[in-house]
Design a protein around this ligand. Structure first.
Ligand code: ADP
Ligand code: MG
Length: 640
């Protein structure tokens, strides 16, 4: 006899609201139904272990998902604890419904991503109605002689309970897909969703595309017959579960080999590049956290950060990159974290305030910085070798996270133009050298670098997009640290005022630019005769403003270009008074017969300085090359 009923409803449109929520991510019904099956097995297993239930068969604990494209159905089967009729009434009709009420109560006003929390409201089962025209439960409790029951509902509101012919312990949920859902969930899609959420489910999970498997079995039967006729045997390939019930993070770190860590990385992240090193997190006090974090090789820093830190809950995938749990800079790493106690039944904004979550985050940060320190101390050479891959991560982390900054500030490295690596402390050790010299483009600034090195400076390369912000950040954090680009400071004795004045007049006239700033410094006889000096602060400000603008507008070109004219970066021409050419030009200033030629030479020298500085424009370059050819011709003609 069928028992009919209606789930007692107090709010009439509760389901439309829930559905709206759930529709945001349709895939999750798969995760919810499979995890219910997995939970049911875990419960039964526990009872057996406690001696409170008897396992009468010797079947392995298993989950099956069968997709039938002809019928338009998906079946989720487990051989877990099962339900009696009373339990169906209690857990499906009542509990799940009150969970739904709570859910709606809490979330009706918020537009949070619901997919991570649905399962935690006892709403998991009801997610089936997102995709179903009809949902059917066939279940048989482990309780001796309990009759099997079936529950059917088409809308999640009215249901019918009747006897079922299910013979074995456990539960089968059969979903008849709606027309709409059929378009989305084909065999391939379903397999993908299972892989995403259930790859590390704790019990064997088998997936069958029923129609395709039927065909395959027929073929196998045929092959078997053919083989038998020939007197041979044919072994059909074994059907394997699609999951790994023992993900590596569950193993004790001391039992894991490097090869296992690398394999695990490859399988989970499909990255053919080997990870540099990794951290195995494994603790159960004061909270439960297992996982592996990898430091990946990064060829391209701007590659997608999606899917890099995967959060699991009891081996069931919850979500990627939950910013509220994992400090954002850690997304530059890759890994799996199984956070059993994560309070996912609160809103995401509440997660940020949660004490547990804060502790979790600071624990992870500590582990990551400990690992970096360990590698640095144990094998500095190796650490230096990793730097091109991990540098961005470390710098970014320092700027984002005070605790991380404190822990790694003394192992943050700077690479010099000579391929050596130094820490900030090492670079600032020599108190005579009041600034750290850097370059963005070692080849282009070679002349400046040579000069700085001759004065005993190490020249570090800072050519990442974030370096500008990073050095300003360091200067702000540490009073005694100051960075200067190699073209911002030219060491040497300044020439007398008269000399500067004379040279200034000469070059202003030659370049027909009376705003040209000219200085004169004794830079050494074997250095170039002229340089462009660009003040650090103004240049850095301008660069930051540009960076900010392109971030804001998404444009590479600079819509505020005319601001540059309003606040010009201070560039001056520095003449090297140790160089014979400068001495000669100045000496000729008042006595030269051919004033035109003198001006052309001065202009040429100015162009050369700008060329070495990297600030010569196209027109200037043309002029420079043309005149240079003339000079070469002149020299060649004098050749004997
Ligand atoms: P939750 O899993 O969070 O409790 P669900 O809506 O997913 O909420 O399920 C509600 C309840 O229905 C479960 O707590 C469980 O008691 C029962 N249930 C659901 N699926 C199964 C199953 N496959 N086997 C046994 N019991 C189940
Ligand atoms: Mg559930």
């Amino acid at each position: 006899m069928a028992r009919k009923g209606t789930i007692s409803v107090t709010t009439e449109n509760i389901f439309p609201i829930i559905r709206k929520w759930l529709y945001s991510d349709q895939d999750i019904f798969v995760r919810e139904l499979v995890s219910n099956g997995s939970d049911a097995i875990a419960k039964f297993k526990r009872l057996v272990d406690l001696g409170e239930a008897v396992k009468e068969d010797d079947a392995d604990y298993q989950l099956h998902v069968n997709y039938d494209s002809e019928q338009g159905t998906i079946e989720f089967t487990d051989n877990g604890i099962g339900m009696t009729e009373e339990e169906v009434d209690k857990y499906i009709n009542q509990i799940a419904f009150s969970g739904a009420m709570d859910f709606v109560e809490k979330y009706k006003e918020q537009s949070t991503d619901a997919s991570g929390i649905i399962g935690h409201f006892g709403l998991g089962f009801y997610s089936a109605f997102m995709v179903a025209d009809k949902v059917r439960i066939d279940t048989k409790s482990f309780v001796k002689d309990a009759p099997a029951v079936s529950w059917v509902s088409e809308d999640g509101m009215d249901y019918e309970i009747s006897d079922s012919d299910k013979a074995d312990r456990g539960t089968t949920i059969t979903i008849t897909l709606s027309e709409e859902a059929k378009q989305i969930f084909d065999a391939q899609k379903l397999r993908g969703v299972l892989k995403k959420y259930c790859s590390f489910m704790p019990f064997d999970l088998y997936y069958s595309d029923v129609v395709a498997d039927r065909k395959r079995e027929k073929e196998e039967d045929k092959k078997k017959k053919e083989a038998e006729e020939k007197g041979e045997t044919y072994e059909a390939p074994e059907i394997m579960p699609i999951n790994d019930t023992e993900p590596l993070w569950k193993k004790s770190p001391k039992d894991c080999t490097d090869e296992e860590y690398r394999n695990f990385y490859r399988t989970v992240f499909h990255d053919m590049k080997e990870p540099l090193f990794w951290i195995h997190l494994n603790m159960d006090y004061p909270f439960n956290l297992q996982g592996i974090l990898y430091f990946p090789k990064t060829n391209n820093v701007y590659e997608t950060l999606e899917g890099r830190i995967k959060i699991y809950n009891h081996q069931v995938f919850v979500a990627d990159n939950i910013e509220e749990v994992i400090p954002e800079f850690l997304f530059l790493l890759r890994g799996c974290l199984d956070c059993t106690d994560l309070p996912l039944n609160v809103s995401r904004s509440a997660l940020q305030q949660d004490e547990y979550v804060k502790k979790l985050a600071s624990h992870i940060i500590r582990k990551v910085s400990d690992k970096l320190n360990e590698v640095f101390k144990n094998d500095r050479k190796a650490f230096e070798g990793y730097w091109s891959d991990i540098g961005i991560f470390v710098k970014y982390g320092m700027m984002r996270e005070e605790k991380f900054y404190e822990k790694v500030k003394d192992i943050c490295l700077f690479k010099t133009v000579d391929n050596e690596f130094f820490t900030l402390k090492e670079l600032t050790k020599d108190k005579e050298k009041d600034t750290i010299r850097y370059t963005k483009a070692p080849d282009q600034q070679a002349a400046y670098i040579a000069m700085a090195k001759e004065k005993g400076f190490e020249v570090v390369i800072l050519n990442e997009e974030l370096d500008n912000n990073f050095i300003s950040f360091l200067e702000y954090k540490q009073n005694d640290v100051k960075f200067k680009r190699v073209d911002a400071e030219l060491e040497g004795e300044a020439a007398s005022e008269d000399e500067v004045k004379a040279l200034g007049e000469l070059f202003k006239a030659a370049t027909s630019d009376d705003k040209l700033e000219v200085s004169a410094v004794a830079l050494g006889a074997d250095q170039l005769p002229a340089f462009i000096r660009e003040t650090e602060e103004a240049r850095r400000m301008a660069e930051m403003r540009k960076q900010f603008e392109s971030m804001r507008t998404g444009r590479e070109d600079d819509p505020y270009k005319n601001l540059d004219d309003m606040f010009p970066i201070k560039k001056d021409l520095v003449l090297n008074t140790d160089h014979p050419l400068v001495l000669r030009l100045r000496g000729m200033a008042s006595v030269a017969d051919d004033k035109e030629k003198l001006d052309a030479l001065c202009m040429h020298l100015y162009d050369q300085a700008r060329l070495a500085h990297g600030s010569l424009d196209a027109e200037g370059l043309k002029r420079f090359l043309k005149y240079n050819s003339e000079l070469l011709t002149e020299v060649a003609e004098k050749l004997k």
